[in-house]
Write a new protein. Structure first.
Length: 257
């Protein structure tokens, strides 16, 4: 399989597995990546996801230039068919940690932007080269990037079509950490496991709120925030958490006597 989904307790790992082609995405791989995300979303036992690519040469260099891009250019194929692979319009509220080694270009960069936390190798390279070829990064990037970071930084990345280092993208707020290549997967999985140990109701509600409230008028956004908050306050996770807190507090009080 060129897209692999494995499980380790509550953490799923989705791997783009085509290292001989720098993990370039064929049409079938785009479909399979979307199906893998849907499977992770719908499996209640999965709480977080790590997205990575096989090998050290590339996380993903984007759409296969010999198949996927020609299909788009022919006009017989609509890029919206790739929405699930780009986590567009699918209500995916489980946190996704991205582990990036090597090249992260074009559609690979776009898929990274659909994730929540990004751990990159110090020598990783990032680029949106689409303007060089006469088209645009329309896999969510024209919407996401300028909302995730400052306008001027976003426009430099979008318009210049140049390559950026991990250190540059850490400075711009696109990447969370730049670490030695051998540590990328370890740190990504540690991060995912730490989040998976928290309340899934709380964690997924936080992501839902961040993704759905940012463009609402303030009054409407605050009302929706309160409703989402109330949903967590009355959840089973909250009842269990408060009971555990009360038990710890009672035990500490007894020890202090």
């Amino acid at each position: 399989m060129a897209i692999d989904l494995t499980r380790n307790g509550p953490v799923a790992t989705i791997t783009i597995n085509r290292p001989d082609k720098l993990n370039a995405l064929s049409l079938q791989m785009y479909e399979d990546l979307g199906l893998a995300f849907a499977e992770a979303r719908d499996d209640a036992d999965i709480r977080t996801v790590v997205l990575t690519g096989t090998g050290d040469r590339a996380f993903c260099v984007g759409a296969d230039l010999t198949e996927s891009i020609p299909a788009l250019a022919s006009g017989r194929f609509d890029i919206s068919a790739w929405d699930p692979a780009h986590l567009k319009n699918m209500d995916f509220y489980k946190p996704v940690v991205c582990a990036v080694r090597g090249l992260c270009l074009g559609g690979g960069f776009e898929i990274m932007l659909a994730t929540d936390i990004r751990i990159a190798a110090e020598d990783a390279q990032f680029q949106l080269p689409e303007p060089i070829h006469g088209f645009v990064p329309a896999g969510g990037t024209l919407v996401r990037l300028v909302r995730q970071i400052g306008y001027a930084h976003a426009m430099e990345i979008l318009l210049s079509a140049r390559r950026f280092s991990s250190a540059e993208l850490v400075t711009r707020g696109v990447v969370n950490q730049a670490v030695p290549a051998e540590d990328v997967d370890v740190i990504a999985h540690e991060t995912a496991a730490r989040i998976a140990a928290l309340s899934p109701t709380a964690v997924q509600t936080i992501k839902e709120a961040v993704l759905t409230l940012q463009d609402l008028p303030w009054t409407e956004a605050f009302a929706r925030e309160a409703a989402l908050g109330q949903r967590t306050f009355t959840s089973e996770d909250a009842r269990n958490g408060l009971a555990a807190f009360a038990a710890r507090a009672s035990g500490n009080a007894k020890k202090s006597k």
